[in-house]
Write a protein that binds this ligand. Sequence first.
Ligand code: GUN
Length: 286
Amino acid sequence: MAEVIDGRKVAAKLDEQTKAEVDALVAAGGPRPGLTVILVGDDGASQVYVRRKIKGCEKVGIRSSEHRLPADTTQDELLALIDQLNHDPDVHGILCQVPLPAHIDTRTVLGAISPEKDVDGFHPVNVGRLSTGTGGIVPCTPLGIMLLLESVVDDFVGKDAVVIGKSNIVGKPVALLLLDRECTVTVTHIYTENLPEIAAKADIIVAAAGAPELVKGSWVKPGAVVIDVGITRIMGEDGKEKLVGDVKFDEVQHAKAVTPVPGGVGPMTIACLLHNTVQAAKTISE
Ligand code: GUN
């Protein structure tokens, strides 16, 4: 039976470390890290995510504030707020929840956040730093994936890693992080020819295509480690809704280890956001 990697447990351990870092920073006379979250509009899912982020801050002793703006906020108004937050010494992390309303250009807005305060790691400067291995803030989900992998992989050097999905938020950055650990990385996506055969050679599979139950048992080599980033709500055979990942979980029990959905990658994302906020506070206050 494959080991089921408990994302909640790994996230709780990271939260403990983050809390200890916050306490040490404050005890040494440094600032208490502060995160500001901007939410434009009233998207239900975004409201839930933002609430979880704010609650996470409370847990580890990070100060948090929230700017809830109406859906008809103009791009200039949003940019003015970001400019103000960029210059606020009490704000160490700025997160603008996406998706933004259609009349706002997401790239312009995310690019306006100071790279030092960009705790999402979405700013082109942080993307460039990641791709050249020169530090910067690493996006939360890819960072969480690496921490989950580290909990079960002893040595990354020379391992064959296949990433399924090429998004800017997960696929591309996780490929760079794996490359940094000396893996041989193949980035694939739903249009890749011979995807099952390519995946079947991998020691590590990161499935982040957003395609429910794409990865079948025959795609997974015995002893491989499988990280499932997908999360889709589908109708089960019993007529009840259920959450599934990009991996047919029941078919991959010959793997060394696999993440469940939910309870795998998901819990890591907020823990990594809190970690990034403390790193940003340290960098800014240095
Ligand atoms: N919307 C869904 N996930 C995220 C995230 O990680 N960061 C931001 N900014 N928006 C999101």
